[in-house]
Design a protein around this ligand. Structure first.
Ligand code: GLN
Length: 292
């Protein structure tokens, strides 16, 4: 439990930021200062402390602001990820609504989207179709739709929470008309998906790819709040990747492309799931973290 709120005196913004930064730090919360800043900026209606401006740091907090800050910081003290605490997160140029247990998009996936956008595409994505497997909050699909105003996307997830959140985010961003959202397990019901299927130009996914044994090393933020089905790729992390690559030839147009985020150990392991002619087309791009 967090410290109960007994305010002897009123606080300004900077004092609240310092108080919670120190409280988080003492409690071993990762990124204590950032957590405090994100939450307090959010309560004050800003994205970041910087955008709030230095003048407002000396502004006195109202009682209701203090109550809200304490309430949200208590959640962070329970190790809830800051993205779930403030219920939103930025991904490339869009702001997504966040809700547990739907996977929180990571920065490396912004680079995956950048790779897709750097492919040779008709202007505005006219006539281009994308299938995203495992859409989570909709981060990849929605940022592609936002960047390419004529693109069409089909987003699939086996999690009802994920499908619901993608739908909500699509509506909030006004992108729902070019997005078809399906709640299904693509691999359990491949024939269902393929019935009446029009092959797509791109298959994009940030699949679960962690090696199961590595899951135990993750922080409580991940293990206690996020759906680990979005992270656990089985013993060698390749369970879902293998299914995607096996199904891909039937989902894609001739010359279609697959963009996957994988684990750094995966590239040499992936060759064996890919047909010989397609294997020649494999490219791995090491980004700042682990996108390949
Ligand atoms: N990059 C994520 C992490 O390390 C894993 C994402 C995934 O399995 N798709 O938390």
């Amino acid at each position: 439990r967090g410290p109960t709120l007994t305010l002897a005196r009123r606080l300004n913004v900077q004092q609240a930021v310092d108080h919670w930064g120190q409280t988080f730090e003492r409690s071993g919360i990762p990124e204590p200062i950032l957590s405090s800043q994100y939450i307090i900026a959010h309560v004050l209606g800003a994205k970041t402390m910087e955008s709030l401006g230095s003048r407002r740091l000396r502004e006195m907090l109202t009682e209701s602001q203090v109550r809200r800050i304490w309430e949200l910081c208590d959640k962070r003290l329970s190790r809830m990820p800051v993205q779930y605490v403030i219920e939103e997160w930025d991904f490339r140029d869009i702001t997504l609504r966040m809700r547990p247990p739907v996977f929180i998009p990571r920065p490396e996936t912004e680079e995956l989207v950048g790779l897709v956008l750097s492919a040779q595409l008709p202007a505005q994505g006219a006539g281009v179709t994308v299938l995203e497997v495992g859409c989570g909050s909709g981060a990849i699909s929605l940022s592609l739709l936002q960047a390419l105003p004529q693109l069409q996307v089909i987003a699939v997830d086996r999690s009802r929470d994920a499908v619901g959140l993608t739908r909500e985010n699509a509506h909030r961003l006004g992108l729902q008309d070019r997005l078809e959202i399906l709640h299904m397990d693509v691999f359990l019901d491949a024939e269902g998906l393929l019935r009446g299927w029009s092959p797509v130009d791109f298959l994009v996914s940030n699949p679960p790819y962690l090696f199961s044994e590595d899951l135990a090393d993750l922080e409580p933020e991940v293990l206690e709040f996020e759906d680990t089905a979005a992270l656990d790729g089985g013993a060698d992390g390749l369970q879902v990747i293998q299914s995607i690559l096996t199904l891909a030839p039937r989902l894609l147009k001739d010359g279609g492309e697959v963009y996957l985020e994988v684990e750094p150990r995966h590239p040499p392991m992936i060759q064996r799931y890919v047909e010989e002619d397609a294997a020649a087309g494999l490219r791995y791009l090491q980004t700042h973290s682990d996108v390949a």
